[in-house]
Design a protein around this ligand. Sequence first.
Ligand SMILES: Cc1ncc(COP(=O)(O)O)c(C=O)c1O
Length: 386
Amino acid sequence: MGTMDHPLSPPAAPSVPVERAGARLTVDLDAIRANYRLLRQQAGPAACAGVMKADAYGLGMAAVAPALVREGCRVFFTAHVDEGMRLRTLVPPDATIFVLHGPPPGATRAFLEHDLVPVLNDPAQIADWRAAARTLGRVLPAAIQFDTGMSRMGLAPADLQALLDDPARLDGIRPVLAMSHLACADEAAHPLNALQCERFRAGLERLRARFPGLPGSLANSSGIFLGGAFHHQLARPGAALYGINPQPGTANPLRQPVSLAASIVQTRTVQAGDIVGYGAHFTACAPTRIATISIGYADGWLRSLSGRGHVFIDGARVPVVGNVSMDSITLDVSAIPAARVAPGQLVELLGAHQTVDDVAFEAGTIGYEVLTRLGSRFHRSYLGLA
Ligand SMILES: Cc1ncc(COP(=O)(O)O)c(C=O)c1O
């Protein structure tokens, strides 16, 4: 099937009609496609997958996956089997979908019915997949993940050794990928990178003794920028597709696909000594113009941004004052012309003046968390839909 033949499914993330929404989220699919091209070029000659877990990091898998398909992406990763099932309806039949968490007990059927490939992470998952193959009388594909130092998922070194010592454990299983995951790839100088790189190379070589030509995959977004030794045959970027800087501290080579703007609900002038917001954590020291905007921690604007950070009005930095509420935050707009802060007008939270990484830094977290917390009450729109 040609890439253009595949129907583009409409974005499935909930979208509130624009006139009723408190905030507007815009996702630029052309920017995501450009990021994919850059990552694929950087990872080349390795192939480049797209990581779609958590609804494409909160941006809407139903729009993001077909956009990557248009760029020729044919390998995808989800975390959960249900995510994989949904993704299967969005990509061409020849696309491979790996499910990182592997098959939970009882979910074998879903894998087979939706043509999903499990990542097998421990001996029990391998035994279950092998049993499924035996029951069906078929050889079933799988990725094998082994741990190289993160101690989160994948076969422990002793389990990998046991597998190599007793190859019958893989009877009925056709490994199509060997993979591992880097713990510190966003810190290029971290010594664990070289250690994991070498452990992966060695483990892959041993697996290839039994499965010649088995492709390997180690690099996430940041790993792509650590050099060719990390690339192997398949890179697995998620965050960088969505604009997160893969190497903090160096210039971000990626485009920013996400814009977020919230509307002003109310403005008022408070006097010296008046408090603003829950907990009375902000006290005005002079007459201050306060604007309340329609976004809060229930929408993913983290409560740790209480009294911290900025939004932008016509490019001017406007400080957040007081605590973040569930549905609103308060701004000191004293320096902004009154005509520009009327109810209904929009302020920029993410966009040309502020990236996801900027907000994450202020919030004491990472861009991944900011993106994946983005809420369900926005008006969502997509630029670059085919
Ligand atoms: C196993 C695995 N591979 C790839 C990725 C993508 O990583 P990143 O978003 O840092 O590119 C993740 C995400 O955490 C992951 O868990």
